[in-house]
Design a protein around this ligand. Structure first.
Ligand SMILES: *[C@@H]1O[C@H](CO)[C@@H](O)[C@H](O)[C@H]1NC(C)=O
Ligand SMILES: *[C@@H]1O[C@H](CO)[C@@H](O)[C@H](O)[C@H]1NC(C)=O
Ligand SMILES: *[C@@H]1O[C@H](CO)[C@@H](O)[C@H](O)[C@H]1NC(C)=O
Ligand SMILES: *[C@@H]1O[C@H](CO)[C@@H](O)[C@H](O)[C@H]1NC(C)=O
Ligand SMILES: *[C@@H]1O[C@H](CO)[C@@H](O)[C@H](O)[C@H]1NC(C)=O
Ligand SMILES: *[C@@H]1O[C@H](CO)[C@@H](O)[C@H](O)[C@H]1NC(C)=O
Ligand SMILES: *[C@@H]1O[C@H](CO)[C@@H](O)[C@H](O)[C@H]1NC(C)=O
Ligand SMILES: *[C@@H]1O[C@H](CO)[C@@H](O)[C@H](O)[C@H]1NC(C)=O
Ligand SMILES: *[C@@H]1O[C@H](CO)[C@@H](O)[C@H](O)[C@H]1NC(C)=O
Length: 317
């Protein structure tokens, strides 16, 4: 009995020493314990090809904080904060497991061949501040659940194959500074509720199938510097209220169905304007003399309209 007990204790100590000395160096233990690591492996499983072998470091033999494209928290051990896999020719879906990386602040997957939908589970990432998935082949709708990302400041979905309307939930994300949706297949109107996004400095819904009018409510965007609405099917007049966006540096309305006159107020109030493109619309009337007063203006192109006056052709300083 006593002998057995001694054996047993010896065995337990041996076992303990084994755990202490052997397992930590093999690291597999920690990966399985970690929700972040598990999510990353699921993300890798979702990939169909990695032709340049960028994710070869993504195996349990390496600590996952050392994997290509991963940055961990500076103080909290083994918590992933950035996932950046840019221009790597990766092809595959974006695994919904990514939303389990609960401290993720940056997700940069631009310049790959990700296809399928943007997982709606992303909305669970309350720390996510920066999302760039531009230049991929993502399709389906923009998930309204994104508004769950309370910290989100930058959303760049340019150059994908997204369809459907701009979900109303995007207008609830009052901390957004960048909203780039260009070069997709989005439809519907530009919601007037976008005027709620008062921190916006850049709004780019260009090269889509948007219809209806430019909402005058956008005049509330006092921090807006870049407004790209080109190559859509927007109609009606250029709203005078846009002249309230006094931070504007660049406006492009090229390639729409806009008509009526160019509001005099644009030239009178947009003192920071550097570039103004209104090519290929159906604008009429006189070119406002006020435009000549914009001291920062370096590029003005109003060609292919029905305008009278100077500066018909592209004019560059
Ligand atoms: C992780 O990477 C750092 C720097 O590249 C290196 O010093 C360290 O040895 C690596 N850790 C392991 C366990 O591979
Ligand atoms: C991780 O995410 C998946 C898919 O969103 C979910 O099914 C799973 O329960 C999550 N939790 C963990 C701990 O992996
Ligand atoms: C997103 O990535 C693209 C492609 O690399 C880049 O051009 C763009 O500036 C990025 N967007 C933001 C907001 O940084
Ligand atoms: C904006 O950010 C602040 C702090 O980062 C946060 O408390 C707030 O909930 C955010 N607002 C929205 C509408 O997400
Ligand atoms: C975009 O999606 C549509 C269907 O939704 C598909 O027919 C088309 O081939 C896709 N375009 C690209 C470039 O993948
Ligand atoms: C815009 O913001 C106001 C005030 O915060 C809110 O009551 C309203 O519901 C928002 N509108 C939309 C369409 O999001
Ligand atoms: C634009 O400014 C004018 C005058 O300051 C104001 O009457 C109008 O309500 C503003 N419009 C918007 C959309 O902010
Ligand atoms: C262009 O505008 C004029 C009025 O200025 C209108 O008569 C004409 O139908 C419009 N053309 C198109 C193609 O919208
Ligand atoms: C040009 O600007 C000056 C000062 O900013 C202003 O007094 C003047 O009325 C403006 N002229 C036109 C044509 O808008």
């Amino acid at each position: 009995m006593a002998y057995n007990l001694k054996n047993c204790v010896t065995a337990m100590i041996g076992c303990f020493l084994f755990i202490l000395l052997v397992l930590p160096s093999s690291y597999a233990f920690l990966c399985e314990e970690s929700t972040d690591c598990h999510a990353l492996l699921k993300f890798k499983e979702g990939l169909r090809s990695d032709p340049k072998g960028h994710l070869q470091t993504w195996n349990k033999a390496n600590p996952f904080c050392n994997w290509t494209g991963i940055t961990c928290h500076p103080h909290l051990q083994n918590r992933v904060v950035d996932l950046e896999l840019i221009d790597m020719d990766l092809r595959g879906g974006i695994s919904p497991f990514i939303s389990n990386i609960s401290l993720l602040t940056t997700l940069s997957l631009q310049g790959n061949r990700f296809y399928g939908k943007i997982p709606s589970s992303l909305g669970g990432l309350s720390e996510l501040a920066f999302l760039n998935v531009s230049k991929n082949n993502l399709e389906g709708n923009i998930p309204g659940s994104l508004h769950g990302c309370q910290s989100l400041k930058v959303v760049d979905l340019n150059y994908n194959n997204l369809s459907g309307i701009i979900p109303k939930e995007l207008s609830w994300m009052k901390n957004l500074t960048y909203l780039c949706l260009s070069q997709n297949r989005l439809t519907g109107v530009l919601p007037s509720s976008l005027s709620n996004l008062t921190e916006l400095t850049q709004l780019e819904p260009a090269v889509n199938y948007f219809t209806g009018k430019i909402p005058p409510q956008l005049g509330a965007l006092r921090k807006l510097e870049i407004l790209y609405l080109h190559r859509n099917f927007l109609e009606g007049s250029v709203p005078t209220a846009i002249s309230n966006c006094t931070a504007l540096r660049e406006i492009s309305l090229t390639g729409n169905l806009l008509s009526g006159e160019i509001p005099l107020e644009l030239g009178a109030k947009l003192q920071n304007l550097q570039k103004l493109y209104m090519i290929d619309n159906n604008l009429s009337g006189k070119i406002p003399v006020t435009l000549s007063n914009l001291s920062q203006l370096t590029l003005l192109d109003l060609s292919l309209n029905n305008l009278e006056g100077k500066f018909l052709q592209s004019w560059e300083c």
